[in-house]
Every structure is written in structure tokens, then in C-alpha cells.
Design a protein around this ligand. Structure first.
Ligand code: SF4
Ligand code: SF4
Length: 257
């Protein structure tokens, strides 16, 4: 099982041809969502396999943990456009106008707020990405299902769903309330994110909130916040993963991660 090697899709470049989903024989992708590529079991991905990336006609696939120097045979290497956050404590100015939007979520089958935020984000990006691209920005959208504790730790995930622009959370301080959907998935009491906008709290972020947040981050209207500090997996998420593992019969003791 690969814990730190798995494909991430640039959904703004992806044409939803379904080639990657068809090609992979390790059940990394959710076949039920085909032709849309949804990475469902990242832990099944084989270290240093570039199979789906070699087949992608749009160059829309890159790999977490890839230090091989691989570049896709088709299209432009998405990974080349990536912008790392300042995990090492050394923020550097980026003048390339590369914009990486990350959507990090727990579930897109059952959870109403993950599904709702995903739809709003797509709609907002559909509206503003053409204007930003006309202004010389290159946009990428990666969606990552935080399916395991290891992935949560890798992404320093605090609450679901989370939207980051170039590594910065655009939805303000984390606030949560009880999420019945994720409770159903895990069989435990789970809290998920709420979104504060103009004095009200929403379980699905309003379009205007996301549009403002993305534009402010892209145009440098907010001071980047470094997340170099210590991270520990929130107890709420730990309970979710353990409960889900038990409920799905992955491991009766809830210790498989
Ligand atoms: S890299 Fe290989 S194992 Fe991983 S998803 Fe692609 S084809 Fe499947
Ligand atoms: S092969 Fe590339 S373009 Fe086709 S669905 Fe997969 S990521 Fe998208």
C-alpha cells in the first residue's frame, strides 16, 4: 500500500475522458463516478507507477510524493505549475501567476455539505477562472478525498470540507457543527465545517463567499499565513476514520487507518 504516492487530478485541465479510470487495475479510482476521475482509494496506488499519467491525453495527472522527474507524455505537466506552501518556514514570492485550488473533503457520496461545497466551488471557478486566465494566471483545481488518517496528516487537514488557494485556507477560522451525514458514514458523532459569511453561518459556503475568498487570495489581498506549526490530527477526524473503518468492516478493531 502506498501511503504517500497517489494521483491528483487537475480538474480544470481534465476533459473527463475516463482513460485513467479505465486503465488503473488497482481500484484507485471510483469506477462508479466514471468518466469523471475520482481518487477513492489512494492507498492502493503503486509507488512510482505513472500508468494513468502516461495515458492521460491532457497532462492533468500528477502524483503526490513524485520526486522522479517524470513528465507526462501529453499536455503540460501539471506538477510543474504547483505552488508549495511554506511548510519549511521559508515563504518565497511566486511571480509565475500559478494558482492551485485544492478541495479537500471526506465524502462526495453521502455528505451533503461536501457535495454542496463541491458544486459551489465548480460553479464559482467556472465564472472566475476565464477572467483570471485572461489576466495571465494559470489555474488548477485538485480534489482530494481525505480517505485515511495518513492523508489527513499529509494535508494537515483540520476540518471537512476545506478549500485552499496556493496552500491558504480561504474560508477563515475553522468552525464546526454536528454533521449527520458523516455521522452516518462512520457510526460516530462527527462535526464538519460551517462557513461564516456576513454575520451568518452556512453549512454550504455561499457563492459570493468563495468567489471573494479565491479572488482575494489570488490577487494578494490577504497576508499568507504560514502553517509551519505543529499539526496533530483532530480527535473528531480520528474518530471518523476509526468509526468508518469499523463500519465498513475494513478492520474490526478500527486500527488499520
Ligand atoms: S499510478 Fe498506477 S496504480 Fe496508481 S492510479 Fe495510476 S495506474 Fe493506478
Ligand atoms: S485520463 Fe486525464 S483527461 Fe482523461 S479523465 Fe483521467 S485525468 Fe481526465
Amino acid at each position: 500500500m502506498a501511503k504517500n504516492w497517489y494521483p491528483v487530478i487537475d480538474y480544470l485541465a481534465c476533459t473527463e475522458c475516463g482513460t485513467c479510470v479505465d486503465f488503473c487495475s488497482h481500484s484507485v479510482y471510483n469506477k462508479a463516478k466514471a468518466p469523471s476521475p475520482v481518487v477513492m482509494q489512494p492507498g492502493n496506488c503503486i509507488d512510482r507507477c505513472h500508468g494513468c499519467g502516461n495515458k492521460c491525453p491532457a497532462g492533468a495527472i500528477s502524483y503526490v510524493g513524485d520526486d522522479t522527474g517524470w513528465t507526462p507524455p501529453n499536455g503540460e505537466c501539471s506538477a510543474k505549475k504547483s505552488v508549495d506552501c511554506c511548510r519549511g518556514g521559508t515563504c518565497e514570492e511566486d511571480s509565475s501567476k500559478a494558482v492551485l485550488v485544492e478541495y479537500l473533503y471526506l465524502d462526495l457520496n453521502t455528505c451533503d455539505r461536501c457535495i454542496g461545497a463541491d458544486a459551489v466551488l465548480e460553479e464559482v471557478l467556472g465564472s472566475i477562472a476565464p477572467a483570471l486566465e485572461a489576466a495571465g494566471y494559470t489555474m488548477r483545481l485538485q480534489k482530494v478525498q481525505i480517505a485515511t488518517k495518513e492523508l489527513a496528516e499529509h494535508y494537515r487537514f483540520l476540518a471537512s470540507p476545506t478549500i485552499r488557494v496556493n496552500g491558504q485556507d480561504i474560508c477563515g477560522p475553522v468552525a464546526e457543527n454536528t454533521c449527520g451525514c458523516c455521522g452516518e458514514i462512520s457510526g460516530t458523532d462527527v462535526t464538519c465545517r460551517t462557513f461564516a459569511y456576513k454575520g451568518q453561518a452556512y453549512e454550504v459556503p455561499p457563492k459570493a463567499m468563495l468567489a471573494e475568498g479565491i479572488l482575494r487570495a489570488v490577487l494578494g489581498m490577504v497576508q499568507p499565513v504560514c502553517d509551519c506549526g505543529e499539526y496533530s490530527l483532530p480527535e473528531n477526524l480520528k474518530n471518523f476514520f476509526e468509526g468508518k473503518a469499523v463500519k465498513t468492516g475494513c478492520c474490526p478493531e478500527g486500527t488499520c487507518g
